[in-house]
Design a protein around this ligand. Structure first.
Ligand code: GRF
Length: 218
């Protein structure tokens, strides 16, 4: 069966991109990465992608007069590569509604909180300030409202006594690296249906597989 063609957008170290590269290298994984785009030439993840033999492009937002022409350049690169699903992986630019609406159900993001709690930046700080006992991450479809689209997969991790932003972020990041490939697999296998604001998963074989809990695995 043809593998789903992924385009991954990064701005930094790209550890989630690396998790996707690892997953797509496994035999039988139903998706492949055909392009990695970074909006910064110094994004660490670019080297990781190149080493894996994946096509990369640097599309520097600063080289454009505004968001639309920047996004038009990304549109062109994604289309030329035949990308079917865009995966935002630490991509630190806000996207226009136009760019998002051209990809309804075809663009996903990973966010280091259990949405809808703690949107935006510094989410581990927000979680610690709120005193939550369980933190986590979310893979969701992208909609024009930031960090708000239909939820695909979530993982929970404990907040432990003595945690600071860094220790909590590291624990969440490990969970992210499991969630993102899992969400891609669900989409690539055609098991996700968008119903309004919700993503329905055909999970007949294992009804718990959209949920990765602190007690499962590890
Ligand atoms: C991750 O925590 C992700 O959830 C957030 O940005 C961070 C990117 O990290 N959107 P990396 O570049 O994938 O290592």
């Amino acid at each position: 069966m043809a593998r789903l063609k992924l385009g991954v957008l990064i701005s930094g170290r790209g550890s989630n991109m690396a998790a996707l590269i690892g997953a797509t290298a496994e035999p039988g994984f139903p998706a492949e990465i055909v392009l990695v785009i970074a909006n910064r030439a110094d994004a660490g993840g670019l080297e990781t992608a190149r080493e894996a033999g994946i096509a990369t492009a640097v599309i520097d937002h600063k080289a454009f007069s505004g968001r639309e022409p920047f996004e038009a350049a990304m549109d062109a690169a994604l289309e030329a590569a035949g990308v079917e699903l865009v995966c935002l992986a630490g991509f630190m630019r806000l996207l226009t509604a136009g760019f998002v609406e051209r990809r309804v159900g075809r663009m996903i993001n990973i966010h280091p909180s259990l949405l809808p709690a703690f949107k935006g930046l510094h989410v581990q700080r927000q979680a610690l300030a709120a005193g939550v006992r369980i933190a986590g991450c979310t893979v969701h479809f992208v909609t024009p409202d930031m960090d708000s689209g239909p939820i695909l997969v979530q993982a929970a991790v404990p907040v432990l006594p003595g945690d600071d932003e860094d220790s909590l972020a590291a624990r969440i990041l490990k969970a992210e690296h499991r969630c993102y490939p899992h969400a891609v697999r669900l989409i690539a296998e055609g098991r996700v249906r968008l119903e309004g604001d919700l993503a329905r998963i055909d999970a007949s074989s294992d009804s718990t597989e959209m949920l990765i809990s602190p007690l499962s695995g590890e």
